[in-house]
Write a protein that binds this ligand. Structure first.
Ligand SMILES: [Zn+2]
Length: 106
C-alpha cells in the first residue's frame, strides 16, 4: 500500500500535470483492441475494471530506451510511465502513446 503511494508520487512529480487516475470497464478496454498493452483488472460494483495499463513494448525495452539519447523530455516521461504502468487508462492516451517515438524503436 505505502509503496504504491510513493510510486504514484514519483510519477506525478516527473510529469507536469497532476493526473488523476482513470479506469474503464474491461469490456470497453477490450473493444479498443490494443494488444500492445498489458492491463490489471479489479472488481468494482460488480464490474471488471481496468485500473492500470502498460505498454508491453516499452516495458520490454525500457533499459535500452533509458540509454537512448534520441528520446528526451516529454517522450521519455511518456515511455517511462507506460513501461512501469499508468493508472490513467484511456483510449486517447494509449493511442497517442502508440503514435509517439516508441514506434521507431520496434
Ligand atoms: Zn510503448
Amino acid at each position: 500500500m505505502c509503496a504504491g503511494i510513493v510510486f504514484a508520487d514519483i510519477i506525478m512529480a516527473s510529469s507536469k500535470p497532476k493526473k488523476k487516475g482513470n479506469k474503464v470497464q474491461l469490456a470497453t478496454f477490450m473493444r479498443w483492441d490494443l494488444p500492445t498493452f498489458g492491463f490489471e483488472v479489479e472488481e468494482e460494483d460488480g464490474f471488471s475494471k481496468v485500473v492500470k495499463m502498460w505498454c508491453k513494448v516499452c516495458s520490454k525495452h525500457i533499459d535500452k530506451i533509458k540509454i537512448d539519447g534520441r528520446i528526451r523530455g516529454v517522450a521519455r516521461v511518456d515511455i517511462q510511465s507506460f513501461a512501469e504502468g499508468t493508472k490513467f487508462v484511456s483510449k486517447h492516451t494509449a493511442q497517442r502513446h502508440l503514435q509517439s517515438k516508441v514506434g521507431e524503436l520496434k
